[in-house]
Design a protein. Structure first.
Length: 319
């Protein structure tokens, strides 16, 4: 391959820039030309394409967000949308594309691969909810942001309210809630993968209060929701002053951590090495500390089990 494209799609995540940088520089190191496609598949359909040299990706490894912008596009899923995308590839001589995004974006990458533009996906989302990989770019940064904010909440919690019910992001998965809950010593962690009733939370608060626990953090994944109602019920039942807090989109921003910069760089490097060999329709993934890759179809059909062991650790240590 002589010319490849790179785009970021779906929800943005810290570390996407580090991945773009790695893709561009690995490609250039291998004698290829790189086209940056802006605004995800929208830019591919609408010919929003820029050439990226090694210096165009200077000073971005430390930045959150994505210099290529991201978007969601329903039109891309139609035959007309795909035809426009193919026309843009032809116009710019794009022979393969690195797609940085989530499972939705990988479905688009599969469609393009089937039409003759080999694509390689790189998993990036703060939610870590991509089935084929143990780790997604952005997860670590988002979790560090969460624990930083909850630690602050705890300071004021100590002075006023004694219980905080905190909602964190994660879409339909509880990965962020589980690990951050463990890290802030949450008395209870509510995730969509497990049924936990408010009564069980209250029971644990009462039980640990009897053991001398003075302040309580309840971590709730957005896929469970309902923090304000939960806070009211906890306060009404236990008499402990309780507040609900939704952390929201701040979790998506900020400078990527070392872990995110390193994994993004490794994945970008790996993706280009696949395309260089003419190998497409693959997604790069993280497994047992190593960067691996899978067929997209196979990847999309994988199932990621909930980490029951981690849940047990969190539950056992928060008494
Ligand atoms: P993510 O990539 O983070 O999962 P989305 O699910 O929003 O985010 O997908 C991003 C984009 O990928 C969509 O806006 C659409 O253009 C494309 N996409 C999503 N699902 C499909 C699909 N089934 N077929 C083709 N393209 C898709």
């Amino acid at each position: 391959m002589k010319t490849i494209g790179v785009l970021t799609s779906g929800g943005d995540a810290p570390g996407m820039n580090a991945a773009v940088r790695a893709v561009v520089r690995t490609a250039i190191a291998n004698g290829m030309t790189v086209k940056g496609i802006r605004r995800g598949y929208n830019g591919l359909m609408e010919d929003d394409v820029i050439e990226l040299g090694a210096r165009d990706v200077s000073d971005i490894i430390q930045l959150g967000g994505t210099m290529l912008y991201s978007a969601r596009s329903s039109r891309f899923k139609t035959e007309e949308g795909l035809a426009e995308a193919m026309a843009t590839c032809k116009k710019h001589g794009i022979e393969g594309i690195v797609v940085i995004g989530g499972d939705g974006s990988f479905r688009g990458a599969r469609d393009l691969s089937l039409r003759g533009i080999p694509c390689v996906g790189i998993p990036a989302t703060i939610d870590n909810d991509i089935s084929s990989t143990e780790y997604t770019i952005g997860f670590d940064t988002a979790m560090n942001t969460v624990i930083d904010m909850v630690d602050r909440l705890r300071d004021t919690c100590d002075s006023h309210a004694r219980c905080s019910v905190v909602e964190v992001m994660g879409r339909r998965a509880g990965h962020i809630a589980l690990r951050t809950g463990l890290s802030v010593g949450a008395v209870a962690i509510l995730v969509p993968e497990r049924d936990t009733s408010v009564d069980e939370v209250i029971e644990k608060i009462e039980r640990t209060r009897a053991l001398g626990k003075k302040h309580f953090i309840v971590m709730v994944a957005e896929g469970v929701g309902g923090v304000d109602e939960m806070a009211k019920k906890i306060e009404a039942t236990t008499g402990i002053e309780t507040r609900g807090t939704i952390l929201g989109h701040v979790q998506r921003g900020g400078a990527p951590t070392v872990r995110d910069r390193v994994i993004a760089s490794q994945m970008g490097f790996e993706a280009v090495n696949l395309l260089k060999e003419g190998i497409g329709n693959r997604v790069v993934a993280y497994k047992l500390g190593k960067i691996v890759n899978y067929d997209i179809y196979e990847a999309l059909n994988m199932h990621k089990p909930f980490d029951e062991y981690m849940y047990l650790v969190a539950d056992t240590t928060s008494i």
